[in-house]
Design a binder for this molecule. Structure first.
Ligand SMILES: Cc1ncc(COP(=O)(O)O)c(C=O)c1O
Length: 411
């Protein structure tokens, strides 16, 4: 038996069986990782085309992380925990300032949490406080996290079905991604009992299978939301900070609130909701007890690694690299597998690329075959028909090319 299998068998004994995927063949248990390479507990090497679900903008064991850990010494011990909403750490403040300096100037004020779903929750609460309404329009196949507050917004029935009886009803209208003006107006009408607080959209639907919206659609959503007295929330958890070739889609779209996660913590738990100043002002002033907080929100270690990660993304111009390299990858994919009868579409923007296959489940099967060939990539979409490629923004070009070549061999 391999060490990978042995570890997975041990995991099965101590972890809820819904928590971790257990493949039938070529199991993988991470042991160490550097840049865009991972080694399993048996010493096998893998090319990482996932970057921790898109969270590792600079890859594993990045310079940002090393800089932070090297900075600690007996004279300057690490602050493991600064009581976030009571006594802030300096790192939390520096991190928020850095985020703000990179975001569009309209986003002046933010609030921190740990995960993407939590950042979306802050966005929802902010929209409700500001508009004093509680209806939301969301889209087919959307993914906004699995916390109970955002679960009604996430589309997939298999995630929300078992908890349906408990979830709020009548406050969420779901439309096709790309829905037109008339559909939006009729959804707003259906929400008239509670009013439209916000339309919530991903700039490109990531987990739905890398699905870009029609051109100009996000701006149209902003116009429709504003005309109805509501807001536009962009869920930029997956797409923000370089993956699509820019820091934020709110640079081009009149969004009011954005949620960020994944990349901003440099691989450590961190997320943020930023909004226009007058909108964030809807939160009551803390009188010693914040009404939305968490024990680890704005964690100083994540903030320290995250801040250096953000600075590297900007200084190394990884936004532009993401766009250019993404175009090259689509070119390589088209040349290598574009002609294959099972390849339906190759799409995406920057380093968020999807290969959709004509057969449901094929990407899920390829994920297993790729692991055997030493590549880590994930399927996406409701039917597991799309293979997602979301590597670190600084992945070496030759490594990425090797990964694509192995994908072509597997197919
Ligand atoms: C667009 C989007 N929003 C929210 C989330 C949830 O983030 P987290 O898993 O960190 O809660 C994800 C996760 O993949 C995401 O892709």
């Amino acid at each position: 038996m391999t060490l990978n299998q042995d570890f997975l068998d041990r995991l099965k004994i101590v972890e809820c069986h819904d928590s971790t995927y257990r493949p039938e063949k070529s199991p993988l248990v991470f042991s160490k990782a550097k840049g865009s390479l991972i080694w399993d507990v048996d010493g096998k090497e893998y090319i990482d085309l996932c970057a921790g679900f898109g969270a590792l903008a600079l890859g594993h064991a990045s310079e940002a992380l090393l800089e932070v850990t090297k900075g600690f010494s007996a004279d300057r011990p690490m602050v493991e925990h600064a009581m976030g909403d009571v006594y802030p750490s300096e790192e939390k403040i520096l991190f928020l300032e850095t985020l703000k300096s990179l975001l569009p100037s309209k986003y002046e004020i933010g609030a921190l949490a740990l995960g993407g779903g939590q950042a979306v929750e802050i966005a929802l609460k902010t929209a409700m406080l500001y508009t004093k309404k509680s209806g939301f329009i969301v889209f087919d196949d959307a993914y906004h996290g699995l916390d109970l507050g955002v679960l009604p917004l996430t589309a997939r029935e298999d995630f929300s079905g078992p908890f349906k009886n408990w979830l709020i009803d009548g406050h969420v209208e779901r439309l096709p991604y790309g829905a037109g003006n008339d559909q939006l107006l009729s959804a707003i009408k259906k929400l008239s009992h509670c009013g439209l607080a916000a339309i919530v959209a991903e700039p490109i639907q990531g987990r739905a299978g890398v699905r870009p919206p029609p051109k100009g659609w996000l701006s149209m959503l902003a116009d429709v939301a504003h005309a109805a007295g509501g807001l536009l929330i962009l869920d930029e958890v997956f797409t923000g900070f370089g993956r699509l070739g820019k820091i934020s889609t709110a640079e081009d779209v009149d969004a009011d609130i954005s949620a960020f996660g994944k990349a901003i913590g440099g691989g450590f738990p961190m997320s943020a909701c930023f909004a226009k100043k007058n909108i964030m002002a809807a939160w009551p002033e803390s009188s010693g007890e914040a009404i939305h907080t968490g024990t680890f929100f704005g964690h100083p270690f994540s903030a320290a690694v995250g801040r250096r990660t953000l600075i590297q993304i900007k200084n190394q111009n990884l936004m532009v690299r993401s766009l250019d390299l993404g175009d090259k990858v689509k070119g390589w994919l088209c040349a290598a597998i574009g002609h294959h009868p099972l390849v339906k579409d190759i799409r995406g923007q920057g380093l968020m690329i999807g290969v959709e296959f004509a057969k449901p489940g094929l990407a899920a099967k390829l994920m297993d075959d790729l692991r055997e060939k030493g590549v880590v990539a994930l399927p996406s979409g409701n039917t597991g028909a799309t293979l997602s490629i979301t590597p670190a923004l600084n992945i070496p070009e030759d490594l990425l090319k090797q990964g694509i070549e192995r994908l072509a061999q597997c197919l």
